[in-house]
Design a protein around this ligand. Sequence first.
Ligand SMILES: CC(C)(COP(=O)(O)OP(=O)(O)OC[C@H]1O[C@@H](n2cnc3c(N)ncnc32)[C@H](O)[C@@H]1O)[C@@H](O)C(=O)NCCC(=O)NCCS
Ligand SMILES: Nc1ncnc2c1ncn2[C@@H]1O[C@H](COP(=O)(O)OP(=O)(O)OP(=O)(O)O)[C@@H](O)[C@H]1O
Length: 226
Amino acid sequence: MFLVGLTGGIASGKSTVSKIFNEEFKIPIIDADLIARQVVLPDRTGWKRVRSLFGNEILNQDRTVNRDKLGEIIFSDREKMLNKALHGLILLEILKQILLNLVKGERLVLLDIPLLFETKIGLSLLSYKLVVYCQSEEEQLRRLMIRNPNLSEQEAKKRIQSQMNTADKLKLADYCIDNSKDLENTREQVKTIYSVLKKSKIYLWIRAFLFAGLAFGVFLLNKYLF
Ligand SMILES: CC(C)(COP(=O)(O)OP(=O)(O)OC[C@H]1O[C@@H](n2cnc3c(N)ncnc32)[C@H](O)[C@@H]1O)[C@@H](O)C(=O)NCCC(=O)NCCS
Ligand SMILES: Nc1ncnc2c1ncn2[C@@H]1O[C@H](COP(=O)(O)OP(=O)(O)OP(=O)(O)O)[C@@H](O)[C@H]1O
């Protein structure tokens, strides 16, 4: 199995690209935004950490975390504290899902990680990095504001500017997907990239390495435990 990371700025089209990989090629997706939601569900460790940092005011009446308030904190000066509290938990869950896919015998798994380069979560495990982007920041802003209608223009701009800029992300990419045009155009780019990825020889090396590792693990368990 080999892992491909997908990243890009806020509302640049990561979910859109993930969906194409999943629907067209049945590629399993590990979605860090979804995991970030799950680790703060009531009574989970992330929820306890968020509550102890920000008190009961961060909760809705049904005890779920108020995402609008959490968003205000994330995109403010208190961001680092919260990131520190949640990123370890997100990484652990990502590792669990990678193992699950390995056991299932998947060949390629896509990790959708918004802050891949900022936090380096999972970065060392990836064979390839894809960056999706929107050529014009105005279009990215427009899409963000349509998707999150309760954000003011100023708040939306702040969210875009709080992240690593697109040019720097593109420098770190193995493949870039320009999602400025229509969905059909993006789909075609994804198809081209997938046709290259699926021929990757890295798969064979990693599989050989994993088999060797597993065999060694079994040997050790056999020798010292049984
Ligand atoms: C900020 C939160 C509350 C916004 O929630 P909301 O439901 O409105 O949006 P959603 O979860 O879909 O995230 C939207 C986008 O916000 C951006 N974003 C999320 N967290 C951060 C962050 N810590 N710093 C900068 N940008 C971020 C990403 O581009 C992400 O794709 C939420 O994203 C969150 O809990 N973030 C903290 C966890 C985290 O760092 N997640 C990213 C993992 S790599
Ligand atoms: N090519 C496109 N043309 C028009 N709208 C698009 C296009 N691609 C995505 N969108 C819209 O832009 C918004 C953001 O896209 P998407 O959710 O895929 O981005 P994202 O990078 O996953 O966002 P985030 O990381 O902030 O959750 C969505 O409302 C989506 O429908």
